[in-house]
Design a protein around this ligand. Structure first.
Ligand code: NAD
Length: 244
C-alpha cells in the first residue's frame, strides 16, 4: 500500500520502532523517523530500500517544545500526515517500595506524556484533513500489571484509557485511534531480562515462542490501512495468547 501521507514513528532508532518504520517504508509508506539521536536515526534510515521516502527528526518525546517543533517540520516536509505511531518508551524497573520518584516520573514522562504531546500536536492536523490514524504502543503489562513495573504498567494502562478518549473525540472527523498491547517481544528492552524470567514467560505463551517485531508490523499496517477504517478505541493484544 502506498500513499502520500507520511506515517510518523517515534522511537525509530532501534527495536520495535525501527522495525515498524522499516516495514512501513518497504511497503511504500513515506515515513518520518523520530528519536533523540539524529545520527542513530540516519543509520536506521540507511538500511531502507533506496526507493523509500524516509526523513529523520530529532526530538525527545518527553519535551513539549521538541515535539511541537518536529511536528511543524514534518508538516512542512509532507503534503499530509496519515499516521502517528506512538512507540517511544522506556522502563525503570523496581519494586514500588523502593522506586524513586525520579524513576516513576521518567517513565511517565516518556511513555505517557510523550504519547500525549505527539497526539496533541498531530490531532489538529488530522482533524483538518478529516483523516488520520493514531496507533499507540501500550503493553500487556498495562492490562495485567507486573511486580517491579508499577511505573511502566501505570503508563501503559493510561495509554489504553487515553486511546479510548481520543477515539471518542476524533471519530467524528474521520480520525481513528487504537492501541496495540504487545507481549514479550525480543528487543534490546527485553534482552537484559534474566534467563529464568524468559523461560517462565515462555511457559505462559500458548504459541510457544517469544514475539518478534514482525509479529507487530502487520498489525500496525492493518490499523493504518483502509481495512481498519471502522475500528477505533480498541487495544489489540499481540502476545502469542499469553493474556486472554
Ligand atoms: P527499545 O528500548 O529497544 O526502544 C525504545 C525506543 O524509544 C528507542 O528507539 C529509544 O531511543 C526511544 N526513546 C526512548 N526514550 C525516548 C525519548 N525520550 N524521546 C525519543 N525517543 C525515545 O524498546 P522496544 O522493545 O523497541 O519498545 C518499543 C515500545 O514497545 C515501547 O513503548 C515499549 O514499552 C513497547 N513494548 C515493548 C515490549 C517488548 O517486549 N519489547 C512489549 C510491550 C510493549
Amino acid at each position: 500500500m502506498a500513499a502520500d501521507g507520511v506515517v510518523i514513528v517515534t522511537g525509530a532508532n532501534r527495536g520495535i520502532g525501527r522495525g515498524l518504520a522499516a516495514d512501513l517504508a518497504r511497503t511504500g509508506w513515506p515515513v518520518a523517523l523520530v528519536g533523540r539521536s539524529l545520527d542513530k536515526l540516519q543509520e536506521a534510515a540507511r538500511d531502507l530500500p533506496s526507493a523509500a521516502v524516509a526523513r529523520c527528526y530529532a526530538a525527545d518525546v518527553s519535551q513539549w517544545e521538541d515535539v511541537q517543533a518536529v511536528v511543524a517540520a514534518i508538516q512542512a516536509d509532507f503534503p499530509a500526515i496519515h499516521g502517528l505511531v506512538n512507540n517511544a518508551g522506556i522502563t525503570r524497573d523496581g519494586l514500588v517500595v523502593r522506586m524513586s520518584p525520579e524513576d516513576w516520573q521518567a517513565v511517565i514522562n516518556v511513555n505517557l506524556n510523550g504519547t500525549f504531546y505527539f497526539t496533541r500536536s498531530v490531532a489538529p492536523i488530522m482533524m483538518r484533513q478529516r483523516a488520520g490514524r493514531i496507533v499507540n504502543i501500550s503493553s500487556v503489562i498495562g492490562l495485567i500489571g507486573n511486580a517491579g513495573q508499577a511505573n511502566y504498567a501505570a503508563s501503559k494502562a493510561a495509554i489504553v484509557a487515553m486511546t479510548k478518549s481520543v477515539a471518542r473525540e476524533l471519530g467524528g472527523r474521520g480520525v481513528t485511534c487504537n492501541a496495540i498491547a504487545p507481549g514479550f517481544i525480543e528487543t534490546d528492552m527485553t534482552a537484559g531480562l534474566p534467563e529464568k524470567v524468559r523461560a517462565d514467560m515462555l511457559q505462559r505463551i500458548p504459541l510457544k515462542r517469544l514475539g518478534r517485531v514482525e509479529d507487530l508490523a502487520g498489525v500496525v499496517r492493518f490499523l493504518l490501512s483502509p481495512d481498519a477504517a471502522w475500528i477505533t478505541g480498541q487495544t489489540l493484544v499481540v502476545d502469542g495468547g499469553m493474556v486472554m
